[in-house]
Design a protein around this ligand. Structure first.
Ligand SMILES: Nc1ncnc2c1ncn2[C@@H]1O[C@H](COP(=O)(O)OP(=O)(O)OP(=O)(O)O)[C@@H](O)[C@H]1O
Ligand SMILES: [Mg+2]
Length: 229
């Protein structure tokens, strides 16, 4: 299995109260190679929390996260950072591009920890190909403020794919886009899923985007339920 959540629970202590706020309750999920999974649910139900736990950006109160067969609970931050960098890519609602870097340099940023010149050379070539693939070759030297929100978001997708991750986690990737750009990005994600052999887990309010995934899960009251197609 590519990634697995086993009985994940997450709660927050409430300051000044003995009760606690239980956000996720005993959630299990299996993600296989090239899966396309959508997670939907009302605001505040814990979608981002769940995605961040899967991405090892947040920690669970109990349960296990297993990536590529390896439980991550006892890994130190350095080891985890390495896994995040090579195994997973992240796309968020706001692109999080660095304003002081060009489109190309933003895309190449995740390669910073790499030292091997051969790897860097082939990654650079792959960056140019992916940028062409998403239709941004003409904008290589532009800075984020000179790009549209949709173009920034496509750049963020390329950046997330630069290390050839096997799992792409996206939190409301179309949330700040207009309908046309949102639809384009949704199509792009599904095409890249096939072309790049990358599994997708997408948190979204958009049924249009969710509908492009193979499985849709509904998160409500801390529980995850598969919606029958
Ligand atoms: N650091 C924190 N301390 C206490 N409670 C928190 C913390 N972070 C999140 N929560 C609570 O956890 C719940 C789930 O938050 P989360 O951001 O995962 O929701 P979401 O489903 O992603 O919502 P949205 O669709 O609005 O993005 C919310 O009730 C939130 O208030
Ligand atoms: Mg959220």
């Amino acid at each position: 299995m590519l990634a697995e959540l086993q009985q994940i629970s997450k709660y927050y202590e409430q300051p000044g109260s003995s009760s606690r706020n239980q956000v996720l309750q005993d959630i299990s999920l299996q993600i296989a190679d090239k899966d396309r999974i959508a997670i939907i649910g009302p605001s505040g139900c814990g979608k981002s929390t769940l995605l961040n736990i899967l991405g090892t950006l947040d920690s669970q109160s109990s349960g296990k996260v297993i990536l590529d067969g390896v439980p991550v609970d006892h890994m130190n931050e350095k080891h985890l950072a390495g896994i995040r960098n090579s195994f997973m890519g992240f796309v968020f609602q706001m692109h999080h591009l660095l304003p002081q870097l060009t489109l190309l340099d933003n895309v190449l940023l995740p390669l910073l920890p790499r030292k091997d010149r051969k790897i860097l050379f082939s990654a650079h070539k792959r960056a140019l190909k992916l940028i062409e693939r998403v239709g941004l070759t003409g904008q290589l030297k532009k800075y984020p403020f000179q790009l549209s929100v949709g173009e920034c978001q496509r750049t963020a997708v390329v950046r997330a794919l630069i290390n050839q991750p096997r799992l792409l986690l996206a939190d409301e990737p179309t949330g700040s886009l207009d309908a046309v750009s949102a639809n384009q990005l949704a199509t792009l994600l599904t095409e890249l899923n096939l072309e790049q052999n990358v599994a997708l887990v997408v948190v979204t309010h958009s049924m249009e985007l969710a509908g492009k995934m193979d499985k849709i899960y509904h998160l409500r009251e801390g529980k995850l339920a598969l919606i029958p197609k």
